[in-house]
Design a protein around this ligand. Structure first.
Ligand code: PEP
Ligand code: MN
Length: 589
């Protein structure tokens, strides 16, 4: 059994295409979603997964350059092409009708592909969403007949939705082209010569008359057929152009090998991505039955208060956060990251955003080493008024830019009510810091902000007070709260705080909300963060919040606890060896 990864959550088109490619070859796999395309590449390059799937082309946008670029950047081996027919349906909760629909959630490309259909729903607004699976899951969670999504039949089956309309794409033939890739070329994927082969190249040539023609002539001379050619300017090299090229044939064929060698002599650079099985016949997926993928954890019950409860089950001062109200636990989604779904979420980044260079460097440093979310404070609650107070809104914009550059959702602290709305427009998750855990008006404001919240335990707050604070947020209609143990003040001065790891199993029993641990503020000393990070995973946390800095000695806040990239990589490496204490198991007594 191999492990294969796709970007998104259950019900994404790329998951269906991946499952199809595996089934066709009789390869058994455990299939998992990850947060971004870059995470796919790093998971496979780092040996955490055996295969992944990336998009290369879409009917509307054309080439998905990131797909080609990541294969090149991580020297990954393309194995098999899959053309997947994207047959969009309108998916709603059971009982909903077309007339009820006011909002349609969908990936922006899907919205573009379904323009004519959407125009027939005069009362509905299309709302972009990061992926097809996420859109369907949101509809199921909301339980609201006014909200529908666009996606495949398989997503309807996964999330128990109904198809309110079929064949919603303007062009019935729309499809996407994906490539399954691995760390190395693997025989299990090649049809043993039975299938035609394709080879992909990234070429750059000088921006002068005749250079491209001369290079391509080498292919023509060998009788090699070019099936795709697309150009883009080469960033930072205004005198060069880059071309994405697919040709028919395999590099094992002498003719192609020689043609490529001749091209190499003409080109400035030529990256040979590799040869792989071409897709045969019409795109797969048309009228496909829902793919038989077993889902490890599917939690799509609506979380509204209105959900009927068996009488007498919830008997708590804080009913909305009580475990009994959602015994299966809840999943909090931040962008494409799912917290509490049985995976372990690592959030990395500096204490404070200090400059564009610092946050971009740190963001790249942590994403390449396994972080899936980016942290960074722009408004800092500092004990001394003379200490660095953060860059404010400039810091927020820089954090958002670094999040976009690395494909990570972001989290940052809000300190006042008037910061909430603007922060919610730019940042994916709002942090309530320890010092504000009982700022009840602020809790109510983030309860209405429509963004997930990271709620840190107060310096001297009890577990019940933390739950009461979370109840404030849920009672305003926001169910997406992650709790964070970050150390409490005790009589022990050897560590910055006393990291109360016993809070994790206690919280697990009392609440359905996911639980993070912040070992950085917990101990406050760089070399002790690593053992506590290990302990946090072992004790059953859903994820970690860790402070990392591109240059710790220069950090403008909390430099004693800031980790270097190497420290962070070691922790991620350690954590991979610690089995996850699954929340569902953690509550059985
Ligand atoms: C932080 O995460 O940067 C922070 C200030 O944390 P806390 O509120 O836990 O002190
Ligand atoms: Mn800090």
């Amino acid at each position: 059994m191999i492990k294969a990864v796709f970007q998104g959550v259950d019900g994404a088109y790329s998951q269906l295409a991946l499952a199809h490619a595996l089934r066709e070859r009789g390869i058994e796999a455990q299939i998992e979603g990850v947060a971004s395309y870059r995470h796919l590449a790093t998971a496979v390059a780092g040996g955490r997964a055996d295969a992944g799937i990336l998009p290369l082309e879409n009917a509307i946008v054309g080439t998905v350059r990131e797909g080609y670029d990541l294969l090149a950047e991580y020297a990954l081996a393309p194995l098999a092409e899959v053309l997947w027919r994207t047959d969009h349906r309108l998916l709603g909760v059971p009982g909903a009708t077309l007339r009820d629909v006011r909002e349609v959630l969908a990936h922006p490309l899907v919205i573009a592909e379904c323009g004519t259909f959407l125009a027939t729903l005069p009362h509905a607004r299309a709302i972009p969403c990061e992926d097809t699976g996420v859109a369907a899951r949101e509809v199921a969670r909301g339980g609201n007949p006014a909200i529908a999504s666009l996606g495949p039949s398989a997503a309807a089956a996964f999330y128990h939705l109904e198809e309110l309309a079929e064949h919603c794409a303007d062009d019935p033939g729309t499809y996407s082209r994906f490539v399954v890739f691995g760390a190395d070329a693997a025989d299990a994927w090649s049809g043993g010569g039975a299938r035609p082969r394709k080879t992909s190249l990234i070429l750059s040539v000088a921006n002068r008359a005749g250079t491209l023609a001369n290079t391509l002539t080498q292919l023509a001379r060998g009788g090699v057929n070019v099936s795709k050619l697309e150009s883009k300017p080469r960033l930072g090299h205004s005198d060069e152009h880059t071309f994405y090229i697919d040709v028919e044939g395999d590099l094992h064929d002498e003719v192609l090998r020689e043609a490529v060698a001749r091209m190499q002599r003409e080109a400035k650079t030529l990256v040979v991505l590799g040869s792989y099985d071409a897709h045969v016949g019409a795109p797969a997926g048309a009228n496909a039955a829902p793919a038989p993928i077993s889902l490890p954890h599917l939690d799509v019950q609506p979380r509204s208060e209105a959900q009927p409860q068996p009488p007498g089950v919830v008997n708590s001062a804080f009913p909305l956060v009580a475990r009994a109200s959602r015994p299966g636990g809840s999943i909090v989604r931040v962008g494409a990251v799912s917290i509490g779904d049985g995976s372990f979420t690592i959030v990395g980044g500096p204490c404070s955003v200090e400059s564009r260079e610092q946050i971009l460097l740190t963001a790249h440093g942590v994403v390449e080493r396994g972080a899936v979310m980016l942290r960074g404070g722009a408004f800092k609650p500092r004990t001394s008024p003379y200490a660095f107070q953060g860059l404010g809104w400039d810091g927020v914009d820089l954090l958002a830019e670094a999040g976009r550059a690395t494909g990570m959702p972001t989290v940052s602290e809000v300190m006042t009510i008037d910061q909430v709305e603007r922060m919610a427009q730019r940042i994916d998750m709002l942090q309530i810091g320890a010092r504000n855990m009982q700022n009840f008006d602020l809790l109510k404001a983030v309860g209405r902000a429509g963004r997930p919240v990271l709620l840190k335990r107060g310096l001297s707050a009890t577990i019940d007070e933390l739950l009461a604070a979370a109840e404030y947020i849920l009672s305003e209609g926001n169910p997406n709260v992650v709790l964070c143990e970050r150390g409490i003040r005790t009589f022990e001065p050897s560590t910055r705080n006393t990291l109360d790891l016993s809070a994790v199993p206690v919280l697990r029993e009392r609440t359905h909300l996911p639980i993070f641990v912040d070992p950085s503020h917990g101990v406050g000393v760089r070399r002790w963060v690593r053992p506590l990070a290990r302990a946090a995973k072992a004790v059953g946390a859903d994820g970690l919040l860790i402070e990392v800095h591109s240059n710790p000695p220069e950090a403008k806040s909390d430099k004693e606890q800031a980790l270097t990239f190497d420290d962070f990589a070691q922790i991620v490496h350690d954590l991979e060896r610690i089995p996850l204490e699954h929340p569902a198991l953690a509550v059985t007594r």
